[in-house]
Write a new protein. Sequence first.
Length: 328
Amino acid sequence: IPQRFGWVGLGAMGYPMANQLLKNSSSKLVIFDLDQSVLHRFVREAPSGRVEIASSTRQVADESVRKRPTGKHVKEVYLTAETGLLAANTPGKVFVDCSTIDLATSIAIGEAVSMSSDAENPARFYDCPVSGGTAGAVKGTITFMVGMAADDPGFPFIRSILSTMGGSINPMGRKGLGLAAKLCNNYLSGTIALATSEAMNLGMKLGIDPKVLSDCLDKGSAANWVNSTVNPGKCFSVFDLSLAIFYTCTVPGVCPDAVTSKSYEGGFKVQLMEKDLRLAVEAAQGVGAKLVLGDTTIQAYHSAASDLEYRDKDSRVVYKWLGGVDPR
Ligand code: NAD
């Protein structure tokens, strides 16, 4: 893999992903984030001599992996005159976009990247969003959804880079389909988390112990990731303790070490889940796919994200927004 990478965005996901890249390669990183304190913390914690701070995104544009929140931010990073990535010399460079943004912006940036170089030595841009949460990023087990074909001659190169940070690298077919897969993933995980919150809240109000309920749901037709990774057996057996520590549930206390039991701090912000659901609904409208649960689910996350008590908390805080109690 390349000896030198540019990296833009060291937030909840970008920070641990960049750490994994350092840990599993001998490459050097040139990093940039608007938040100066996070840049300095990263350098302090990294092996000495491996990381350099850039003064602007433009300076990062050697080989770039990026992790930024929304399409608007990503556009800024690439297209800002003079300081953006594409103001640099781009021929032959590879841009790997790991953010979850809208398809149109991603395609437009891909075209701008192609146009910034010549046909003989083209610059390339790939959508490579991720799933698996901040805990997965820390452990290096995240899943990448890559906007290219498995038999694309460039895929082994991209896979070699992404393998330093993730456990599963999935070529989805062509440009844009990495993002398309990510939107399907978050549409499903967002609705499941809301439905699990509702079911847990209902069961508890009817008098069932939350751990007993979670365990029982895991064995029936309602089994799902949000619930199954936190059933009491998994949470409390020594064998599965390492797993339990990293997974999330909607109800505080069902899994003592999960983000839900730590005031929903860290994890995947509720406003980011709202953003992804909106992107999924927008994409569905574009191709005439019916999403019956879309608007209702968006409203729930929007309402939670608009409340200062829940904004910036992990998205499973919708359980609290529903009025769910802390059983501890
Ligand atoms: P975050 O808000 O924690 O981090 C974003 C980082 O980008 C911040 O450090 C911010 O300072 C930086 N930034 C903003 N504007 C910038 C600019 N112009 N130049 C340089 N840096 C800038 O967000 P996150 O949770 O890390 O999410 C990032 C992306 O990853 C989003 O698209 C999100 O949907 C996606 N994602 C997040 C998770 C998760 O669990 N948090 C999981 C999968 C995918």
